[in-house]
Every structure is written in C-alpha cells, then in structure tokens.
Design a protein around this ligand. Structure first.
Ligand code: ZN
Ligand code: ZN
Length: 170
C-alpha cells in the first residue's frame, strides 16, 4: 500500500478510508492539534493544502472556514465538491451549507425542527432543535457550534443576534 499523496512512499496509516505515509501521518496529527477547541467533530477539520504546506487545520487557514457550518453539515449530511470540504467530505462555509436550501419566511410558513438558522451577516449558523410558544410568540431553540461559547451549545433564537437571522430548509 502506497501513500495516496506520495505514491513513492509506503503507507503506514489510514485516515477516512485513505492511506498515508509517515510524514502525512505526522502532519495530520499536528494539524488536528491546531483545530480550535470549539469545533466538533475535530479530527476531520483539516485538509492537505499543497506539497509546500502539507496538512493544515481549517482553523489556521481562513476565518470563513467555520466550525458552525461544519457542525451543521455533519448533522444534516451536507457533502459535495472537492474544495472547501473537511477531510470527511462535509462542507465548512456557511454560504456553501445553505446553497441549495430553500429560505423560509417565518411569517408565511412554520419554522420546523432541523431548519438551519443563519445570522444576518451569514457568518454563523445553527440548527432549530425545538419550538415553543410563549405569549403568542414562537421561540426557536438553536443548537450551534460556537467559538464564543467554546463548543456546541443551545440558545433561544431571541438571544442570538437580537432574534434576527434567516431560516433555511432542504
Ligand atoms: Zn504522504
Ligand atoms: Zn468534518
């Protein structure tokens, strides 16, 4: 068995169904150690950048590579394409995660379980996990992977961006 990226080298480790050499295995470990603490799952939030840079965590590459989008993509099985996806194939940017989803107008249509909530600046997202009514108003419980909170947490939509944001459904 040869390394998927370095065909001249013997494969010593496997990662997401592919085989890699010792140098790749070492770089993968190092890249995984630089994934931000809030990201879930962590092991796949890395990519082989190029032969010069080797394996990198998405955290270290761009602020548009977001743990929130990655977490939602894993929950709803949103995969596709070869670039801007984690090592397990899931999307990692908010606009990519909602591309192809239908925008819901809560005035016209009920928001439902597992609709995707997106912040007004389209930089943060989460999933609707519960809906209740309070004083004639709907309160949506949003589960999201948050760098500010350091992990996957839940908040009422009213306490996120002052209740603003949009809802999207596949
Ligand atoms: Zn290799
Ligand atoms: Zn992933």
């Amino acid at each position: 068995m040869k390394c998927k990226l370095h065909p001249g080298r013997k494969a010593v480790a496997s990662f997401f169904s592919n085989h890699y050499c010792q140098e790749c295995a070492d770089q993968i470990k190092r890249a995984q150690s630089t994934v931000d603490r809030h990201v879930e799952p962590k092991d796949c939030f890395i990519i082989y950048e190029d032969s010069k840079n080797g394996w990198k965590s998405f955290t270290s590459m761009s602020s548009e590579n977001t743990g929130c989008a990655h977490w939602v993509a894993h929950q709803l099985n949103i995969k596709g394409g070869y670039s801007n996806v984690c090592a397990a194939g899931y999307k990692i940017k908010v606009p990519d995660v909602i591309a192809g989803a239908r925008k819901i107008d809560p005035e016209q249509e009920e928001v439902r379980y597992h609709d995707i909530w997106v912040s007004p600046d389209i930089k943060h997202c989460g999933l609707v996990i519960a809906i209740r009514e309070e004083g004639g108003k709907k309160i949506y419980r949003i589960k999201h992977c948050s760098s500010g909170s350091g992990g996957v947490v839940e908040h009422n939509h009213t306490s996120l961006w002052k209740g603003q944001g949009s809802y999207h459904r596949f």
